[in-house]
Design a binder for this molecule. Structure first.
Ligand SMILES: NC(=O)C1=CN([C@@H]2O[C@H](COP(=O)(O)OP(=O)(O)OC[C@H]3O[C@@H](n4cnc5c(N)ncnc54)[C@H](OP(=O)(O)O)[C@@H]3O)[C@@H](O)[C@H]2O)C=CC1
Ligand SMILES: N[C@@H](CC=O)C(=O)O
Length: 326
């Protein structure tokens, strides 16, 4: 017997389109293996008339949030970014007792705990909140912190958390001009809609704040993250460092100090053999240091449609066919 799980997808850009493609390509295998058919019921975009390279019925596209939220759905994926329409989608989803899967670290930074509380308040009706894709792209660091490392005396989280800046840094050290490397990262879909968020360290700051929330229980909105980003002059330094056998990486850190947490994002010069120097292009690497489990390191594709959509799909599959109609 096959159950049907209705999925409404907000966003058909880099992440949303890659997710729709994954659901299309793996739909039959998922049905056979899990006995579930994931049926896309609505896609929210800014421009519903624009032609799209996804095989989804055009009639399912809408540019109205209220229309989107009225559509029957068991799971709502939020992959539009920003914090205005995304917030309306997130709240509207949870208060209806639906499962929310979001890739939006900017939204989680400002109101992750509030969304979590809303999900708990509507849990009996079926609401859940999952956001594996929000940090680390395809790297399952959110799950590691939420589940495996809960209560392990975590004391430091450190990592390369932004794929765009890492892509730029690892290209400029090979002689590619800063502007060309940035343009390539944008073409590949690694950069935020506003790439300033990548370059000035804001995106990495949002991510480390979300990890600090999960790992240390701090309010990510209240956590001050001192952030320094990268620019063309730092790229010249990265190139010079490469000639000296060193690498520059944008490293985000959150350390527990007493009852508080100290968080930073800053470029660091590391020797070639350092794990951060080995992180190339859009890859991310995160080290979680804890008393009982020692240091755990996870790494992989930190940005890009396919890797990020795979993390979204993992969240979709997470609760099995809960809420599904047979
Ligand atoms: N790209 C990546 O590698 C990663 C992205 N993320 C996060 O995933 C989310 C989506 O990113 P990404 O796919 O790259 O973004 P894109 O800019 O590629 O796509 C955004 C999509 O959302 C739609 N959209 C934007 N604003 C609105 C709105 N107000 N109302 C309705 N639809 C809207 C756009 O519509 P239209 O197509 O009509 O313009 C577009 O389809 C962001 O939160 C991002 O931070 C997380 C991890 C990795
Ligand atoms: N712009 C982000 C996308 C993934 O979170 C990045 O470059 O890491």
């Amino acid at each position: 017997m096959t159950s049907v799980v209705k999925v409404a997808v907000a966003g058909c850009g880099t992440v949303g389109a890659a997710l729709l493609d994954l659901l299309e390509r793996h739909g039959e295998a998922l049905r056979q293996r899990r006995g579930v058919r994931y049926q896309v019921t609505r896609v929210l975009v800014r421009d519903a008339d624009r032609p799209r390279a996804v095989s989804v019925d055009r009639a399912l596209f809408t540019d109205r949030v209220d229309h989107f939220l009225e559509t029957p759905a068991d799971i709502v994926v939020e992959a539009i970014g920003g914090t205005t329409a995304a917030r309306a989608v997130a709240h509207g989803t949870l208060v209806r007792g639906r499962r929310l899967v979001t890739a939006n670290k900017a939204l989680l930074r400002i109101e992750g705990p509030a969304l979590d509380a809303l999900a708990r308040a509507h849990r009996a009706a079926g609401a859940t909140l999952d956001f594996e894709a929000a940090v680390g792209g395809g790297v399952p660091v959110v799950r590691l912190l939420r589940e495996s490392l809960a209560g392990h005396g975590l004391h430091r989280i450190r990592g390369v958390l932004n794929g765009t800046t890492n892509y730029i840094l690892s290209r400029v050290e090979q002689g590619v001009p800063f502007a060309d490397a940035l343009a390539a990262a944008q073409r590949a879909g690694f950069a935020e809609a506003d790439p300033t968020r990548d370059l000035d360290g804001t995106d990495a700051a949002d991510k480390i704040a979300v990890l600090a929330w999960l790992g240390f229980g701090v309010d990510p909105a209240a956590l001050r993250v001192r952030a320094t980003g990268i620019d063309a002059s730092l790229a010249l330094e990265a190139r010079a460092a490469a000639r000296r056998g060193r690498a520059v990486r944008l490293v985000a850190t959150a350390v527990r100090i007493g009852d508080g947490v100290h968080a930073t994002v800053a470029p660091r010069v590391v020797p070639r053999g350092h794990p951060f120097a080995q992180v190339r292009d859009e890859q991310n690497l995160i080290q979680l240091e804890s008393e009982s489990a020692g240091t755990l390191t996870v790494a992989g594709a930190g940005a890009g449609g396919s890797a990020t959509a795979s993390a979204v799909l993992a969240d979709i599959l997470r609760h099995g066919a809960t809420n599904a109609a047979s």
